[in-house]
Write a protein that binds this ligand. Sequence first.
Ligand SMILES: Cc1cc2nc3c(=O)[nH]c(=O)nc-3n(C[C@H](O)[C@H](O)[C@H](O)COP(=O)(O)OP(=O)(O)OC[C@H]3O[C@@H](n4cnc5c(N)ncnc54)[C@H](O)[C@@H]3O)c2cc1C
Length: 372
Amino acid sequence: MTDVKKALVIGGGFSGMVAAICLQQRGVAVDLVEIDKDWRTYGAGISLHGATYRLLGQLGLMEAYHKVGAACDGVHMRGPQDQILAQIPTPALGPDLPGNGAVMRPALAKILADKTRAEGVDVRLGVTFTSIDQNSGTVAFTDGSTGTYDLIVGADGFASAVRAALYTDAPAPQYVGQAVWRAVVPRPADIPTLTMWMGPKLKAGINHVSDSQSYLFLTEDKPVNEWVSDEALLPTLKALLAKFPSPVLTRLAEGLSEDSKINYRPLENMMLPRPWSRGRVVLIGDAVHATTPHMAAGAMLGMEDGLVLAEAVAGNDSRDAALTAFEERRFERCRMVVENSARLAEIEVTGGDHGEHVQLMGKTQGALAQPI
Ligand SMILES: Cc1cc2nc3c(=O)[nH]c(=O)nc-3n(C[C@H](O)[C@H](O)[C@H](O)COP(=O)(O)OP(=O)(O)OC[C@H]3O[C@@H](n4cnc5c(N)ncnc54)[C@H](O)[C@@H]3O)c2cc1C
């Protein structure tokens, strides 16, 4: 029987919501504080793995998912004239589950937010902490209230304030010399599944997010981490896509407009060495292992963290034993994704071996399909 009766989750992103749902389902009373009063998620697509569907299936959320998201199977690597050069399998990890797919981020966030509330989690929006005592578990909040918790979960993302406050020796995030562009486009009928094209130090891809829409992504070699102004977004993305002779990409580039939800993001990663907990506080998700999106697995890892943390709490008598068990189950899997993704970025920015790229993606997909 666990000694964790009351938990606080700081951050209502994918990781924090799944942690809150899974802890509450196991009899822990959960408070969740989210700094954004409107609980928004930005409007880009997100690719999901077989392992993400395994988790959503376990939470009973696949029916809700199929109403808003798209499912497909495998990854196609295509050449300049759109010919298929390689096919990477994406095994389905359960009956009636897709092996691969994508959805718009706000749609997935809404499914999880509805589930969080339905489970009875006490959600407070527009609120964060002002201080945390990691030993007593006492937390003061920006709304003037205080609370004492057996477990405090820092799920506040890449720029985590919990990490900054309590993990003062954490490594700084590293820029990987690459940026990613994303846009929402009409779903191309001639592309059946997640598809990528390798260009000169560039990689473009498409994944469907619904019956009618896909999201387009493009990684760009960018030695210096610099921002791009809003006015430059459309012409720059079009110019980058023009470097690919692909008829599919040419057609999609012609259709891009100011309404295509173009988003530009320099890529950074961060992997916190062990231990991941300080007293009663543990970090999950991007707060503790932020990967570049080359395996499209960051949100999946964060959501898995939430589930595994709750299983470890329920399966151990003490919080300390639970936190040790949690870290044992998570560290290597998360490290593998962060490091393999960084290597994929390196191959892309150095114009390296495409064969190694395909092989590493396939190997990582296989590893992600293993039980957690
Ligand atoms: C360009 C790009 C593309 C990606 N594509 C994919 C993909 O296709 N598939 C995939 O699986 N992953 C992808 N990822 C990774 C994925 O987006 C992240 O791993 C995931 O969003 C992490 O979730 P999180 O809940 O840990 O953090 P976040 O999503 O950052 O959520 C943190 C939450 O905490 C809140 N918060 C922040 N500070 C505080 C505070 N002080 N107090 C309270 N609340 C706070 C925020 O408002 C937010 O709601 C991508 C990442 C990038 C950068």
